[in-house]
Every structure is written in C-alpha cells, then in structure tokens.
Design a protein around this ligand. Structure first.
Ligand SMILES: [Zn+2]
Ligand SMILES: [Zn+2]
Ligand SMILES: [Zn+2]
Length: 693
C-alpha cells in the first residue's frame, strides 16, 4: 500500500476479507460464462490491409480480432504487429466465447503487450466477456497496452471479471496501460459501458492502471466493483493526462476510491473531466472525483457530480466531495455537487476534500453546502473551511460548473418570464441556462394595462343596498367609477336601501281586555307585511273608584235661597274641578271643602240653570264621580228637596208597613206621600247611602 497508506497490515487483511465476503462472493452483475475461449477460434487472416497507416489491417469479424489477440500474445518477434495499424470495419459480437485479452500476461513475467495503432472506427463491439480471476492477470479488451494508440472504440455492455495480483489491473478497454520505453500511449474517442468486477486492487471503468498515457474525449459508463484503487475511469494513474472525459457509472471499492480515479499520482494532469456516478467505499481516501491525489498532479475545470458514501466507522475515512486526499497537488476551478455521507461519528467528511492533512493547493473550487448543510470544505475531526473552496448553494455550484467545466452556459432558445408584468408594473424576462438556471439578456416586459369591464348598476330594494355602475379590471381587480379610469374607487358606490313604503295599519283582530289584538300594514313596493300586536284593553281609572256620597240625583228648587251640596269620596287634596253638563264650572260658582270633598253649588249659579236634569261630575286628579241633579222651577211653590243629610228625610219600609219618621223642621206629609209615589226606589237608594255614612 503506497501513497502514505500506512494503516496496519492486519487491518488491511480484515478489510479485504470483509470486502470479499460482503461484496464479492455474489457478483451482482455476473453473467453466465460462454463456452470456450476466442483464441481457439482465431481467423488465419485479417479481412485486408497491410498494417500501414494508409492501409491498416482490416478486422471485420470476431475471429479476426481473436487472431490479433493470438498474434500479440504469442510474443514472437515480427508476429506481434508492433507499430502496425488496425481498423475495425464491422460491428463485432464477442458473446460466443470468453475473450482472451489482447496483450496477455502477468505484469512481472511473460509479459505481452499491444504496442500498435487500433482504430475502432466507431463500430460497436458487444458481448465482451473477460474472466481472468484464475490467472490474476490484467483484464480488458486489451490486457496490456504499451503504445501507441487506441481510438474510436465502442464497447457496449461488457463484462470484465478479474482478481488482479501484483500490478495487474482491470478495465473494460485496457487492463494495464504502461507506456513502453520510447513509446507513447494515446487513447481517444472511446466509449465503453458494462461492468468491471475485481476482487483485488486496480480497477477502472476504462483502464485499470496507466502510466504516461493520454486520454481524451472518452465516455465511460461502467459499474466498477473493486478493491483498493478503484475509479470510474481509471484505478490508478501515474503521470497521465486526461481531457474531456466523462464517467457515468457508480464505483464501489475499499481504499483510494474515486468517481473518476482511485489514484492520480505524479504530475498527472486532468482537465475538463467529470464523474457522475455514486462512490461508495469501505476504507479511507475516498472522493467524488479522486480518492488520492499526490505529487504535483494538476486537476482543473473538473466536476464530481455524484454522491459519496463512506461506510467506515472505526477509523478516519478521509472522505471528501471531490477528493479524499490532496497531497502536494493543485485542484483548480473544480467542483463537487453531490451529497457526502459518512458512517463515522468521529470524523466529518469534507465538502470538498476529506483528509485534514491535505497540503495541496485549492483554487476557485466549490462544493454544495445546500446538499451538505453540516459540512465544511475540509473534513476531519474538526472540519474546517478551506481557502480556495467556496461553500456554495446548489445553484451557484451548478453555475460554477457551467463556467469552469462546460465553459459556457447552455442557454434556452426562448426567454422565460422571471417576473410577470402586471396591469401597471413592467415585468422581466431573460434567457435561462438549462443546467444552472442563471439568467442572461434580461428584458423589460411592458405593463399590460387594465382590461376594464362594465359592472352594471344594481338598484337598491326596500331592504338591500344596491350600487352604482362601475368599471373593474378583470386582471387586477381595480375599480373605477368611470370608464376613463379617472376616479378610482375602493368599492362600488352604494345605493342605500329605500326602506318599505307602508300603507295604513289595518286591524286584523281587535284587542280585548283578555287578549292582544293584531294589526298589519303592507309595503306598496315589495308587498312585505309588517304585523304588530295591539295591547290588551286596560279599564280607565276613576269610573269605579270614586262615587258620590251625598246629593246624588238630588233636586234643587229655584229661589230656595240656598245652594246644592254634593259630596264625593275622593280626597280633597286631589280635587281638580267640577263639571255640570260636561262643562267645567267656574270656581266662583261653587265652594269646595274637605270631607271627603264637599262641593256646594251656589244658588246664583243654580238659578242660571234651566229646569230639568243636569249631569254633575266631581273630577279629581286620578278619577271622577258623577251623578245628576234636577232643577225644579218654583212656580207652584213646591217644597224643596235637597240631598243634604241634615235636611233629608229617612224613609224606611218593612214588610207590611211604611213608617215615616220626621227628621227635619220643614217636613210636609203631602210631599212625603208624593215623593213616596214617584221616587220610592230612588229614596231607598238614598236611604241606603245615608246609612253607609
Ligand atoms: Zn449554466
Ligand atoms: Zn388591472
Ligand atoms: Zn318594501
């Protein structure tokens, strides 16, 4: 274990055992092995060509490709096609047999390597099945590659299985790319997909190990399941160059694991590369882009889009959004936009770099703090901010990626409305970036103006308010009392309810002393009926309360030279006046005295009255008593009769006899007899009244 990986040997073994037990014992993507190996079916000749740059060997069948493997792997000088040119002229299906890598053999001995030019010509190779778990050698379409060029190779849905010992490595295109002396390695415009499973170290989606090679414009969509030094593009690099390469597959490994590279070592250069897959690791030095970056490596304008997860619990995982460790290298304008999680309770992941002892340089990088609200740029037991790494929102990270990785924003063809114009206020529109949503070329949207609609007058009714006609904007709801929008109103102008126009009350039922009555009136406009109770009839006071005590129904004879005395039972203090024949009598025409109330009509007054019967009332403040008296003309010298107690007679009548008792001085028997005849009943009443006093 290099690169400062100094943990105990025992721990490494434990982890290896753990990993092989948990992850490797049941290969997730294992396929049924095909029968036989392709080298047993190799063609004897290529389809054509002479192996020069102008006239490359043409390969149009799987058997012809197998011939290339047989020839290279023979190791026989002049047969290995060193520095010769090949071109693929047809799509190949390799599913019939297990593929034996071109450039076969252990890295330490019996080493054979492809050292020529192969143009895949954008033909597609399918059905690639490699299994070198028994031999432990490098595995891939090419096992060992020491020069010169691989380009335009498309491998779809490959399956590469390995158990690489020593420096052997596994990748879909190349296991081990180690530049030969005086040679160069160039890999460009290759596109591979599939799965790489390696129970040991050095696994990459495209290439397991590289030294000094240059890789450009490759797209790798490979699920990498490896041990140490596993990467979505390359397991371990030494002094390589990577430009415009994209990795889409997930990566699972143990130590030094990265979405793009497990290890980048010694003056390697990475420019505008991106990894999208998720990285999961069971050991330390783990990064969304690279696990371990060491010794003057320069990474710039690159991105780790994927999430990163460390399942380490009992030691420092050194897990970061972009890199696990940056040891003496420079990372510039590169960004991590995934979510970083760690099982460790002691050590925090870094939003950008995991190892707190990273002594490399960071310039204008960023990580997504919105997805990682608790993280700082650099992880460790005390995670810290880091100069050269912005703590950014998701949108800002994406915007940084547009500028630094894509080099430009990806503008929508049409403008988007950022702020709707209203009736009165202008809005805004702009071009948005499809990726990061930043805006450009903002333009003003003119106000829309109101769209007035007439709301017709609503007349008031008897009970409900109406309103005057007005104009309302159907967009913003503003109201105007006029169509010229001069008078703005907050609400319609109210027309007050008119109230009912009632006719006269009509009695529905008369009130009595025992029952309320009812009356109604009807609105002439809306026919509303108002109904009202009529109170019970209350008997008027005074009529029964007061009565005449003396002088009731008496007669007064003209020229009798005395007044007429009539006494009522009302309190003297409540006395108001006297009425004769319904007319109030002037006080000068009578006297009134206490007892209860004694009224004496004066003679002069009585003389003014006509002969005959007159009504008489004594009126108190709270009632009255009434009776009559009769004025008798004195033409026949009739004896006067008064109601005065002292001058009246008492007539008693028992069952058989009438007994007349004289009580006054001026009594006359004849008169008594007459009176007895004409006023018998009345006299009895008088007598009774007298007795009551
Ligand atoms: Zn953008
Ligand atoms: Zn409006
Ligand atoms: Zn009405």
């Amino acid at each position: 274990m290099r690169n400062g990986h100094s943990k105990s040997f025992i721990l490494g073994i434990i982890i290896s055992i753990f990993f092989s037990m948990t992850c490797m014992s049941i290969p997730v993507f294992a396929k049924d092995a095909p029968n036989g190996i392709w080298t047993d079916y190799a063609a004897t000749d290529f389809a054509g060509g002479s192996g020069t740059a102008e006239d490359p060997w043409q390969i149009e069948t799987a058997e012809q490709l197998a011939k290339l493997a047989v020839d290279v792997n023979s190791g026989i000088v002049d047969k290995t096609h060193a520095k010769e040119y090949f071109v693929l002229t047809a799509d190949l299906d390799l599913s019939a047999h297990r593929w034996i890598p071109i450039g076969y053999g252990d890295s330490n001995d019996s080493f054979h390597a492809f050292s020529s030019y192969f143009n895949g010509n954008n033909k597609t190779i399918t059905g690639l099945y490699v299994d070198e778990t028994q031999e432990g050698v490098s595995a891939g379409l090419f096992g060992n590659f020491s020069g010169y060029e691989l380009k335009n190779i498309i491998i779809s849905d490959a399956y590469v299985k390995a158990s690489c010992k020593d420096r052997n490595a596994a990748g879909v295109l190349i296991g081990n790319a180690s530049q030969g002396y005086g040679m160069s390695i160039s890999v460009s415009d290759c596109k591979v997909s599939g799965t790489v499973e390696n129970t040991k170290a050095l696994s990459g989606g495209l290439v397991g190990y590289n030294s000094y090679g240059t890789y450009k414009d490759c797209v790798v969509d490979v699920e990498v399941i490896g041990g140490g030094k596993s990467g979505g593009f390359i397991g371990e690099d030494f002094n390589g160059i990577y430009q415009n390469c994209i990795v889409k597959g997930n990566v699972r490994g143990s130590w030094s694991v990265g979405g793009f590279a497990g290890v980048l070592f010694f003056e390697s250069g990475v420019d505008k590369c991106a990894s999208y897959g998720k990285v999961t690791a069971s050991d330390w030095n783990v990064g969304g882009f690279a696990g371990y970056v060491e010794s003057d490596v320069e990474i710039k304008n690159s991105v780790a889009f994927g999430d990163v997860e460390s399942i380490v619990t009992d030691f420092e995982p050194k897990v970061g959004g972009f890199a696990g460790t940056n040891d003496g290298s420079t990372i510039t304008k590169s960004h991590s936009s995934g979510k970083i999680t760690s099982s460790s309770k002691t050590y925090s992941p870094g939003g950008f770099v995991g190892n707190p002892n990273s002594n490399g340089i960071f310039i204008d990088n960023s990580f997504d703090v919105e997805k990682n609200p608790n993280l700082k740029a650099m992880g460790g037991s005390d995670s810290t901010d880091l100069t050269g790494v912005q703590t950014s929102t998701t949108k800002d990270v994406l915007s940084n990626i547009c500028e630094d990785y894509y080099g430009e924003h990806d503008w929508n063809d049409t403008m988007s409305v950022d702020k709707e114009a209203t009736c009165k206020e202008s809005g805004e529109k702009s071009f948005h970036c499809r990726r990061c949503d930043v805006t450009s070329g903002t333009q003003i949207i003119d106000p829309k103006g109101h769209h007035l609609q007439l709301v017709e007058e609503k007349p008031a009714t008897c009970t409900e308010d109406g309103f005057e006609e007005y104009w309302k904007c159907e967009d913003c709801g503003l109201m105007y009392s006029d169509s010229n929008m001069i008078n703005s109103i907050s609400e319609p102008i109210v027309i007050k309810a008119t109230g009912h126009k009632f006719g006269n009350w009509q009695i529905v039922r008369e009130a009595t002393e025992k029952q309320e009555g009812e009356q109604k009136r009807v609105c002439e406009v809306c026919k509303y009926e108002e109904i009202e109770k009529i109170s019970k009839v209350v008997p008027s006071p005074g009529q029964e309360e007061y009565k005449i005590l003396d002088g009731a129904d008496s007669s007064w004879t003209q020229d009798a030279h005395k007044g007429l005395v009539i006494r009522g039972n009302g309190e003297f203090s409540k006395f108001k006046f006297v009425k004769v024949d319904g007319i109030i009598v002037d006080i000068k025409n009578y006297t009134v005295s206490e007892g209860s109330t004694v009224v004496t009509l004066k003679e002069d007054y009585l003389n003014t009255l006509a002969a005959g019967k007159h009504t008489f009332e004594i009126v108190w403040t709270d009632g009255l008593a009434s009776t009559t008296f009769t004025v008798v003309k004195d033409n026949n010298n009739l004896v006067q009769v008064t109601g005065n107690k002292n001058e009246s007679i008492t007539v008693k009548q028992d069952n058989k006899n009438s007994i007349i008792t004289k009580t006054g001085d001026t009594t006359n028997y004849v008169l008594y007899s007459i009176l007895l005849m004409i006023s018998f009943v009345g006299l009895v009443v008088i007598v009774k009244k007298i007795e009551m006093i």
